[in-house]
Design a protein around this ligand. Structure first.
Ligand code: ADP
Length: 482
């Protein structure tokens, strides 16, 4: 056997032994050789292929462009995969098509250049990918697939809903797009450490995680990470759950716990404080009724002072009890805030008339809230806005609301005496009053009630003000769905 024949045989033996379909094609596009795997994959006998144009293996819609690609390949032949980025299909003798991956290897001999084409049927892989896509798509959580560089490669419908992006806006983009700015800097580092020892785990142990919507709003999330091995290396499938509702529920449970403590205090207050107070009151009454004639005028004056003090103290205890009872037996109902404010204004009518108060009310929303408490909240704030007016200035009050989807933000602005910044926190504590020595009456309970009511609604209350320049009280209410 001469040398050439031996190498030909070796070549043939190798080509026959590979598990892929291998086709040898010449410059003109004619098939010079096809291995047994090609016969199995395409359903032809080898004899039917050899000498035919390679287009016989390609669906008709690609025939037009194929000769041009072939010419390009032969003008600078190098080993590479075909059709990078495009999906490639082959066609069998029975006219059925299947997806393929095609490798091109130039074979250069002294007199001819040919290309050795290896064809892999990727139907099974495609099916697996499709199945994976369907599983991800139908998952109840937002699912986001990212690669090592942090690029998003796949998302499901829930992700679009949760983040407000269309999938075209996310795929191909960096994951940082949906992370609040303040966490972005650290993220590549966290990603690197995840990929260096990938495992199924939840993200950010012990930290609170937040995600960023397209509209710029943030929401708390829980994130599970699953590394997946693919042809393109390890990728990570993140499943994201919006935990806004859970957080809200937790806040309410905490509040209920606090309420329990207060109820205990309430019990103590009602028994242990009211009881001795009642005794003092009773003995004062006895002194007044039975010993009136024996008492000097000075003693009578002292008794009256004691009386005033005890009566004030019993009022304080009553308020304290009301405060601790606030929010019991509550039920969320749909409330038109315009109506609530109208009612409050009607209740305060005589005060409004005598003080010449002007109130401007913007368009307020219909919300799910606790009715009695919401009424009380508006009543306290509007009443204060009138009460803490400047001498000789008729109160002007503006009431409005901004809708932030997750919550509503109400504001009540007055042109009254204002508050200096150092008291901003203090005024919301129970029995705290700033103007006790002045002409303003009160017990310092109103704003503490307001704070509790706002918190009951998953919100908070705060103030923006400057001494002498009026105040704006703002409070938020969660957009509860019932
Ligand atoms: P009260 O009205 O019984 O004093 P609040 O709890 O309603 O108690 O208010 C606490 C304190 O906050 C008040 O004593 C007052 O000093 C201050 N304050 C409340 N509302 C206003 C307002 N609209 N303008 C200026 N100061 C206010």
């Amino acid at each position: 056997m001469n040398q050439v024949k031996y190498s030909e045989l070796t070549f043939q033996a190798i080509v026959e032994a590979t598990p892929n379909a291998i086709v040898l094609v010449n410059k003109e596009g004619k098939i010079a050789y096809a291995n047994h795997q090609t016969e199995i994959l395409f359903g032809y006998d080898r004899i039917e292929l050899i000498g035919r144009m390679v287009e016989i293996l390609i669906p008709e819609r690609y025939h037009k462009n194929h000769p041009q690609f072939r010419t390009m390949f032969f003008s600078s032949p190098e080993t590479r995969t075909m059709g990078s980025g495009r999906e490639l299909y082959a066609i069998r003798k029975d006219r059925t098509e299947f997806p393929v991956e095609v490798g091109l290897n130039p074979l250069v001999t002294v007199d001819v250049t040919m290309v050795l084409v290896s064809i892999i049927d990727i139907s099974a892989r495609k099916k697996a990918e499709e199945r994976f896509r369907l599983v991800v798509e139908s998952a109840p959580n937002a699912m986001i697939l990212t690669n090592k560089e942090g690029k998003i490669t796949l998302i499901n419908n829930q992700t679009e809903k949760l983040f407000g992006y269309h999938r075209n806006e996310l795929i191909g983009n960096k994951l940082e797009l949906i992370i609040p700015t303040r966490f972005r800097g650290n993220h590549p580092h966290l990603r690197e450490s995840f990929f260096s020892s990938p495992s199924v785990r939840s993200m950010g142990a012990g930290r609170e995680l937040f995600a960023l919507r397209k509209d710029g709003t943030e929401f708390p999330v829980e994130i599970g990470l699953n590394p997946i091995d693919t042809d393109e290396g390890t990728v990570v499938l993140a499943s994201v759950i919006d935990i806004t509702e859970r957080k809200r529920h937790e806040a309410i449970v905490t509040l209920e716990l606090k309420n329990k403590e207060l109820e205990q205090f309430n019990y103590i207050a009602s028994h242990d404080l009211q009881e001795p107070l009642r005794t003092v009151s009773n003995y004062i009454q006895i002194l007044e009724e039975d010993f009136s004639e024996e008492l000097s005028q000075e003693a009578k004056n002292h008794i009256r002072t004691i009386q005033r003090a005890t009566s004030r103290m019993s009022t304080l205890i009553r308020y304290l009890l009301d405060f601790s009872r606030l929010g019991r037996d509550r039920k969320l109902v749909s409330i038109d805030c315009n109506e609530i404010v109208e009612n409050v204004i009607a209740d305060l009518n005589s005060l409004i008339q005598t003080t010449g108060t002007k109130i401007q009310v913007g368009n307020l929303p219909v919300i799910n809230a606790y009715e009695t408490e919401l009424h009380q909240l508006f009543q306290n704030l509007i009443n204060n806005a009138i009460k803490f007016r400047k001498k000789d200035t008729a109160p002007q009050i503006t009431i409005g609301c901004e809708n932030y989807n997750e919550h509503f933000e109400f504001y009540i602005t007055d042109n009254g005496i204002g508050i200096s910044e150092k008291h901003f926190d203090r005024i919301f504590q129970i029995f705290q009053r700033l103007n006790a020595d002045r002409e303003f009456e009160g017990y310092g309970i109103g704003l503490a009630n307001c704070k509790k009511i706002a918190e009951m609604h998953g919100g908070k209350i705060w103030i923006e003000s400057e001494l002498g320049k009026g105040s704006t009280f703002k409070f938020s209410i969660s957009n509860f769905q019932v």
